[in-house]
Design a protein around this ligand. Structure first.
Ligand SMILES: *[C@@H]1O[C@H](CO)[C@@H](O)[C@H](O)[C@H]1NC(C)=O
Ligand SMILES: *[C@@H]1O[C@H](CO)[C@@H](O)[C@H](O)[C@H]1NC(C)=O
Ligand SMILES: *[C@@H]1O[C@H](CO)[C@@H](O)[C@H](O)[C@H]1NC(C)=O
Length: 491
């Protein structure tokens, strides 16, 4: 093509720019996904999940205070923290993982969160968790790992503000240990200490003290926590504690710099995992070790297996591995069941790894080819776009984003009229009137992500359909970091 005049040149450039803008906005089949808005909502979700007394700057106004005397039966103050999902139980094991992932999101994407004015909200979300965990860890070898009873809680449909169910508190200690729970909580404390170190050194060092004590407890008292907190077995049964010990040791090394924490790395790297979750942290440890190898803080010759295993997982997600993760026709990774929580953790790993590759000008090899940082970002965007509405049902699985989102998420508080509008207590069984209603939830649970579609990209937006319609706190935490990154990369 020949361009003869300056006017033609400028109109040619104008055309190119317009085309690019069009492709950016329409190219992926959705009008536009506002990652910044999704990020904002992801952090509002943690305010809606708050237990205890609410602070003056609480933005989610349909919630009120609740469960103020949690822990009193056991003679401890366990007020605060987060409700786990659509129920009103505080399950310590996924809770701690949520805090670790919120912290990891904030550590890797701090600059982006700051740029989007969300860093303070992310730090508040973490601190709401760690303030509670401090109370839950009153002695070096005592950790409360659950408040509320899953069975009696699930038998009722009540706002947290109205709860009439028993609120027993369950702990691990020397006689009844739980190395997985203690180590995951150590990881949460250690990761959070890195978040607070630059701005609040006193708090960061308090968190680190708890982290060290819990890691020592976990290392010396073996066993899975549901043998001690048997009430958790039905809901969050842990498959082992070796992965938490490994993952916690890397977080402890990152936050203290003490070489002794590397001893745990002499054991197994865990091999190539099939997912990263509240139960399986090997991949998280592998990726953090890779970062330390990139930084030349750890020796590739000694720890290379961790990096290799982590990269093979990513290869499988990108469909370039030996055991690729199944994808739905609509393009969503399909792990074990309807559960976007595995998609958000895997996507977080890809997004974070993309940052490492960029920072250290690196690539890596999959059986199906060499991976560049941008390949990881494109993949991450594809999964997030699916979750936020670019899918065969055009549905945003994040509540409150756009207009087509799950209107009946399985969530007690969101499905019952706000206590601020109708203060009349809702009884245990009376609440089923709301459960049975075919109306949309009266309170929009902004930022919650439903478990999601089935393997055929279908979704039944029905409150009773908890397999698909229940949101959990673990699902949104990795999204905080991913969305911060995407909001700045794809403006
Ligand atoms: C974030 O959400 C809050 C509450 O809905 C809203 O007031 C604020 O304008 C939002 N900010 C951005 C940047 O979207
Ligand atoms: C989704 O949106 C596309 C494009 O606007 C449209 O062709 C398709 O019919 C929609 N699908 C559903 C299930 O609404
Ligand atoms: C809700 O529906 C169930 C069965 O679908 C019924 O047994 C129950 O009585 C209903 N509860 C209320 C309060 O409407």
């Amino acid at each position: 093509m020949f361009i003869h005049t300056r006017a033609m040149l400028s109109s040619f450039i104008y055309g190119l720019v317009s085309l690019c803008i069009f492709l950016l906005v329409h190219g992926d089949g959705v009008t536009s996904i506002d990652y910044g808005e999704a990020l904002n909502k992801s952090l509002l979700y943690y305010e809606a999940q708050r237990s205890g007394n609410l602070p003056p700057n609480q933005r989610v106004q349909w919630r009120g205070y609740s469960a103020l005397s949690d822990g009193s039966e056991a003679g401890v103050d366990l007020e605060g923290g987060y409700y786990d999902a659509g129920d009103n139980v505080k399950f310590g094991f996924p809770f701690a993982f949520t805090i670790t992932m919120l912290s990891w999101s904030t550590i890797e994407f701090q600059a982006q969160l700051k740029e989007k004015d969300e860093l303070s909200h992310a730090m508040e979300a973490i601190k709401w968790g760690t303030d509670y965990l401090i109370k839950a860890h009153p002695e070096p070898h005592v950790l409360y790992g659950q408040v509320g009873d899953g069975d009696s809680d699930h038998a009722c449909w009540q706002r947290p503000e109205d709860m009439t169910t028993p609120r027993p508190a369950y702990k691990i200690d020397e006689k009844n240990p739980g190395a997985d729970l203690a180590a995951e909580t150590a990881a949460a404390f250690a990761a959070a200490s890195l978040v607070f170190k630059p701005s609040n050194e006193i708090y960061a060092s308090l968190l680190l003290t708890h982290a060290k004590q819990l890691f020592e407890f976990a290392s010396n008292y073996e066993g899975v926590y549901q043998s001690s907190i048997t009430q958790a077995a039905k809901f969050y049964s842990s498959s082992g504690y070796e992965d938490e010990l490994l993952w916690a040791s890397v977080w402890l090394f990152l936050s203290t710099g003490e070489e002794s924490y590397l001893d745990a790395l002499e054991g197994s790297s865990g091999g190539t995992r099939s997912r990263f979750s509240w139960d399986d942290k090997y991949l998280g440890a592998q990726v953090l070790v890779s970062k330390l190898i990139f930084e030349e803080a750890l020796d590739q010759d000694i720890y290379g297996q961790f990096k290799f295993d982590g990269e093979q997982f990513i290869c499988n997600c990108l469909q370039k591995g030996e055991k690729n993760v199944i994808k739905t026709l609509g393009g969503l990774l399909w792990f074990i069941s309807y559960d976007l929580q595995y998609v958000t953790t895997a996507t977080f790993i890809a997004t974070t790894y993309s940052e490492y590759l960029t920072t250290y000008s690196a690539t890596f090899d999959c059986p199906g080819g060499t991976i560049q940082p941008n390949d990881l970002l494109v993949f991450a965007k594809s999964q997030v776009d699916y979750i936020l509405g670019s899918n065969p049902r055009n549905m945003s699985y994040m509540v409150g984003l756009g207009s087509n989102y799950p209107k009946q998420v399985h969530h007690r508080g969101a499905s019952i009229v706000s206590i601020k509008i109708n203060p009349e207590p809702v009884t245990c069984l009376g609440g089923f009137l709301y459960f049975n209603s075919s109306e949309p939830n009266p309170n929009v649970l902004y930022g919650a992500v439903a478990s999601g579609p089935d393997e055929n990209d279908n979704f039944n937006d029905l409150r009773s359909n908890y397999e698909q319609a229940e949101p959990t706190t673990v699902t949104t935490a990795p999204l905080v970091g991913i969305l911060a990154k995407l909001a700045l990369s794809f403006k």
